[in-house]
Structures are given as structure tokens and as C-alpha cells.
Design a protein. Structure first.
Length: 133
């Protein structure tokens, strides 16, 4: 092998090594710490849906419609366990529906909340909402 071929081979090997090291070190980043409370059994329980109120104030209705009485209010960032759901077809647009969710305080519409499949995700979303204010 001549000297120029050796230099080319060394350069190629060095270049590959630098790229590999760059990929290794760039993929190693600090991960966010996940705080898990082992005494909170419902935080990851399957089959329970959680909601976070996304609007500044949301009215709890006695029934799943806007003509019903308002029984109390929820505030942005409240974390709620979904107890029931009602789907109402939109009479003006057959391709859309409205959803109402039942909580301990009453019914909230789908515009006021965002749903999560476990309470840890809901807690993170509520924290992000409070930090964005």
C-alpha cells in the first residue's frame, strides 16, 4: 500500500471515529426526572381518564347542555377525574360532535378540558399551564 493510500485510510477511519463519537455524545442528554409517588395508586391506573381545565374559568353544568343550571366553576389547571361522557351530534354539521364530560362537580364541555390517560400526564400538563402564565 502506498503512502497516499495509507493517509487516505487513516483520514477515513479518523473521520468515521469522530462522527461516531459525536453521535454518541449528542445522544446522551439529561433526562427529565419523573416524580412518582408510590402511595398514589390511581396515578397510573388503567381505565381512568383524567382531564385538565385549559380555559381560565369553566362552568360546571348540572346537565350536559348549556341551557342547564351552572352549579359551580372550575379554574385553569384543575385536574379532574372523568366520571362519565356524553356525545352530542352537531345538527349543523353531521361530521362533527360535541362531547361533555362528567366530573364530581358537574358537566364540562370538551372545549374547556384536555384529556389524559393517566394522572401523571395530567399533572405535567397542569404544571406546564401554570408555568406559561
Amino acid at each position: 500500500m502506498n503512502s497516499s493510500a495509507k493517509i487516505g485510510c487513516r483520514f477515513s477511519c479518523a473521520l468515521v471515529a469522530i462522527i461516531c463519537l459525536g453521535l454518541i455524545f449528542s445522544s446522551c442528554s439529561a433526562k427529565k426526572e419523573i416524580v412518582f409517588n408510590p402511595t398514589d395508586e390511581s396515578a397510573l391506573e388503567l381505565g381512568i381518564t383524567w382531564a385538565v381545565v385549559t380555559v381560565p374559568y369553566a362552568a360546571y353544568y348540572k346537565e350536559h347542555n348549556y341551557q342547564s343550571d351552572v352549579v359551580q366553576n372550575a379554574r385553569q389547571g384543575d385536574i379532574l377525574q372523568v366520571k362519565g361522557k356524553y356525545i352530542e351530534p352537531n345538527v349543523h354539521d353531521i361530521n362533527s360532535v360535541s362531547a361533555w364530560y362528567l366530573f364530581d362537580g358537574g358537566w364540562l364541555d370538551n372545549v374547556s378540558v384536555k384529556l389524559y390517560d393517566n394522572r401523571l400526564k395530567a399533572n405535567a400538563a397542569a404544571k406546564a399551564l401554570s408555568e406559561s402564565k
